[in-house]
Design a protein around this ligand. Structure first.
Ligand SMILES: [Zn+2]
Length: 179
């Protein structure tokens, strides 16, 4: 279970319960930089969603767990566990939003090992590598083959042999080619 709360325009509190550990992260962001401080406390398993209060002396986080009730004071200077329950008579309760993934938790991603490329067939579409070719129905495509553009082709004016555009003489008959 994880919850997030906006303390003010550029401060966010992220609270997460994983097993018996509650981790609290205070993330401050100002233009150009982001700072975060976090702490963890073994509270046991939460029995209900944590509650957040705004008091004159800072923010108070209340955690109800199977081990009892915990109070944490959250101030710009840090997060502190309170030994005695604070007075919350005049406190304003703030909303916490449940999230499913926290910024502080590490995302585990598993990929299947890459399999060697094999010719692939899908219905009437097939693809193979080296040279890369693709067939789809009656349409086919090949890549990796040198394709000469017809417009760049030149032919000897004397014998009709194909010559390179840069050739000055025909390789076949020796005829001088005009540029
Ligand atoms: Zn020629």
């Amino acid at each position: 279970m994880a919850y997030i709360a906006n303390l003010d325009a550029n401060q966010q509190l992220i609270i997460e319960n994983r097993d018996i550990q509650t981790s609290i992260a205070l993330v401050s962001s100002s233009p150009g930089q982001q700072q975060s401080q976090s702490g963890g406390i073994a509270t046991g398993h939460w029995t209900k969603a944590p509650q957040l209060f705004k008091t004159p002396s800072g923010f108070i986080l209340q955690i109800d767990s199977d081990r009892g009730q915990y109070f944490m004071q959250i101030q710009a200077s840090g997060i502190q566990t309170l030994a005695t329950p604070p007075l919350l008579d005049n406190a304003q309760q703030l909303g916490l939003q449940e999230i499913h993934q926290t910024a502080t938790s590490q995302t585990k991603m598993e990929f299947e090992p890459m399999k060697p490329m094999k010719p692939m067939e899908m219905g009437n579409m097939s693809m193979s590598m080296n040279p890369m070719s693709m067939r789809m129905g009656n349409m086919s495509m090949e890549m990796g083959k040198e394709v000469k553009s017809t417009s760049a082709r030149r032919f000897c004016t004397q014998c009709g042999q194909e010559v390179e555009a840069s050739d000055r003489f025909c390789g076949s008959c020796g005829h001088q080619l005009k540029n």
